[in-house]
Write a protein of this length. Structure first.
Length: 428
């Protein structure tokens, strides 16, 4: 029997119902749609074989998904079938999209994905979020969302959800950023703030940025579907997303992953959270810039694009600037010290470096791995591989858009039947 597994278990958006016929059909529609996404195009007969549903049920489900323009028929299946060959069906869903937004110290970003994972719109703006404060930052986010909605509409896509990534503790049930020290936010009602600013008739969620980045890597990164993965994201703050046996580890209160605040830093340095000695005091972007450049150096300017500033750091290292090289080596070593703890605790197959760690990763890897070899309990880093994210600073927004689209895979009936299509058939 085909087993369906979902990575993200978000907040329920509809009331629980008994398992009546309509509920079973919704579940089976989602099963078929998700299978086409994960396994790729295939015939109705192959879908029935893979999922354990009978052929008549699959034919009915495929017809309804097509009426909702979520799938479409392709070429004839000629792979050794006896009798009349069937058509290959594949994921379509160009008429729906999910939106991901990220807020961070230096920028705000947005990305729109359609159901097939194709990017419809993408934009990032340099933004000094701590200086702007919550209200003006949400004004800027609302402008980004408006531009994204206009671009999606031009492509004929309607949004089914929006997910906002915040670098800190988030209460997902009501969309409140309870504590995001590096941007100076305490108990900010992000969801309500956006609802008041954006005319959007779909679900809005608020989630921790590292968790969303880990989801993106698991769903669409180079190591997609790795069952045990630790994702580390570096900016001014440092966060972690942990996936164990294919499931996002959220913790009892949903607050897991705050690895930047483990006591692995310099006890003389004050962290953005107000405590001393947090790991991010020695591996966060502020630590690197402090070591690599004087305070009046342009690389410290939050008003400039972050990747441009990181490019300047890389160029200086490539040119042999010893101060820059020493700073990168020091951060790489400290990165290995903390990552060793995570490997010893979680025994992941992959430690994925994201954010600025990925952008400058070629300078960090050698000192990081050298430190890991002295501190990981187990041969060959206990089987872990250190991998640089290819999603870069888009990981959190991609994860947000992916989570937004999950509502369609959970319940495809959220997408209306196209005009002129017959009413969906009853039954499983």
């Amino acid at each position: 029997m085909f087993e369906e597994r979902r990575l993200y278990d978000g907040v329920a958006t509809r009331r629980q119902e008994p398992a009546d016929q309509a509920t079973v059909r919704r579940s089976n529609l989602g099963l078929v749609l998700r299978h086409l996404r994960d396994a790729g195009p295939r015939s109705r007969a192959r879908i029935a074989q893979d999922t354990g549903l009978n052929k008549a049920t699959v034919s009915s489900l495929v017809a309804e998904l097509a009426d909702r323009r979520l799938i479409s028929a392709g070429d004839v299946d000629r792979a050794g079938a006896v009798g009349r060959p069937g058509l290959i069906v594949h994921l379509d869903g160009r008429g729906v999209c999910g939106i991901g937004v990220e807020l961070n110290v230096d920028y705000a970003a947005i990305l729109v994905l359609d159901l097939r994972g194709e990017v419809l719109f993408e934009h990032r703006v340099a933004l000094d979020v701590p200086a702007l404060g919550p209200e003006r930052t949400l004004d800027e986010v609302a402008r980004l969302v408006a531009a994204a909605l206009e671009a999606a509409a031009a492509r004929g896509a309607a949004p089914v959800g929006l997910t906002v990534a915040v670098p800190g503790l988030v209460r997902s049930v009501d969309g409140v950023a309870t504590y995001a020290p590096n941007i100076g936010w305490h108990d900010v009602p992000v969801l309500d703030g956006l609802r008041a600013r954006v005319d959007l008739d779909c679900a809005i969620r608020v989630e921790n940025d590292a968790n969303l980045s880990a989801i993106a890597e698991w769903a669409m990164g180079p190591e997609a579907r790795t069952p045990d993965l630790v994702y580390l994201t570096g900016e001014v703050g440092v966060g972690g997303g942990v996936i164990v046996a294919g499931q996002l580890l959220r913790g009892a209160g949903g607050l897991s992953g705050e690895v930047g605040h483990t006591a692995l830093g310099d006890p003389d340095l004050v962290c953005g959270c107000g405590r001393r000695g947090c790991w991010e005091t020695v591996v966060g972007l502020t630590a690197l810039l402090r070591a690599a450049a004087d305070p009046d150096d342009p690389v410290h300017d939050h008003g400039r694009d972050l990747e441009t500033r990181l490019g300047e750091i890389a160029a200086r290292a490539d040119a042999g600037d010893q101060r820059t090289i020493d700073a990168l080596t020091t951060v790489g070593t400290a990165l290995g010290n903390g990552a060793a703890v995570l490997i010893n605790v979680f025994n992941p197959q992959i430690v994925m470096l994201g954010g600025y760690f990925a952008v400058l990763g070629r300078f960090f890897l050698e000192p990081m791995v050298a430190e890991l070899r002295t501190r990981v309990f187990g041969p060959d880093l206990a089987g872990a591989r250190i991998v640089l994210s290819t999603l870069g600073f888009t990981a959190a927004v991609r994860g947000g858009a992916h989570v937004a689209l999950e509502s369609v895979f959970d319940d495809p009936t959220l997408v209306p039947v196209a005009a002129g299509s017959p009413a969906p058939a009853a039954g499983a």
